[in-house]
Design a protein. Structure first.
Length: 266
């Protein structure tokens, strides 16, 4: 009854099904791992943001130091004076509404003399001329104490942002201490501070970057379950198709074997 399963068409169908089963299982685990990574990231950010702030230079103690992953987003403080002569902006960054503008980054010379810290002071809108330096609220003068989030240097590989040359003066695509140290000769500690508060508070400042969302776990677990449900449906689908084919063939065979009805004489 099921000898048709040995035909070329059905052998190809079953081969495709056998290949799809491990592929969809693996795709499910891929989405599961993405879910686990998202949960771990959210937990890391949550712990970092609720921890008591520590001085920036206790976590980044040498120029060019890469920020460890488990310290990213850690609440930090820094005291010093802004070096406005080496301020720059980072192009094509968005605010919370998705409007494209610039991040304003100003180095802070630490009062203890251990180096300079890049400070992302926040977002400003683009001006009318993309080749000109945008209107930026002035950094506070005198000594200030900053509170913010510790962030790792941006890279093209990590951010997906192409770092191309030939940009207007004091405009960059990435926040990179290595790039700024080479450009200015300053002794910069690795990573940068993403500003959340300034004391004393300035009269005007760029729009502060909001706290990252660390409650959304994304759709990856749902996608994993969908892939595994699809895995279970593959053999069921092949069985349903085979049963239907068997019934159709049996019906055709029965119709062929039935005696023809006599034709009435005229």
């Amino acid at each position: 009854m099921y000898r048709f399963l040995l035909t070329r068409q059905w052998l190809i169908t079953m081969l495709i099904a056998l290949l799809l089963i491990p592929a969809t299982i693996e795709l499910g685990f891929w989405q599961l791992h993405r879910h686990e990574a998202r949960v771990a990231r959210n937990e890391l950010i949550g712990r970092a943001l609720t921890a008591a702030p520590v001085p920036f230079d206790t976590l980044s103690t040498a120029p060019g130091t890469a920020v460890p992953k488990d310290l990213t987003w850690r609440a930090v403080t820094a005291t010093g004076r802004y070096d406005t002569a080496h301020e720059f902006v980072v192009r094509k960054r968005t605010d919370s509404n998705g409007t494209i503008g610039y991040f304003v980054v100003t180095p802070l010379k630490l009062s203890d003399g251990r180096g300079d810290v890049l400070v992302n002071r926040g977002w400003v809108a683009s001006g009318d001329d993309a080749t000109a330096y945008p209107p930026v609220p002035a950094a506070p003068g005198g000594e200030v104490t900053l509170t913010g989030r510790l962030r790792a240097d941006e890279t093209s590989a990590g951010s997906g942002i192409r770092d191309r040359a030939g940009l207007p003066d004091r405009q960059f695509n990435l926040i990179s201490t290595a790039q700024q140290a080479e450009d200015t000769g300053a002794t910069l500690l690795g990573g940068y501070l993403e500003l959340t508060a300034t004391a004393p508070a300035p009269a005007d400042q760029p729009q502060l970057i909001p706290e990252p969302n660390h409650s959304d776990i994304g759709p990856h677990m749902a996608y994993a379950i969908q892939w595994w449900l699809f895995t279970a449906m593959i053999p069921v689908g092949v069985w349903v198709l085979a049963r239907r084919e068997a019934r159709d063939r049996a019906k055709q065979a029965a119709e062929a074997a039935a005696p023809a009805e006599p034709v009435p004489a005229a």
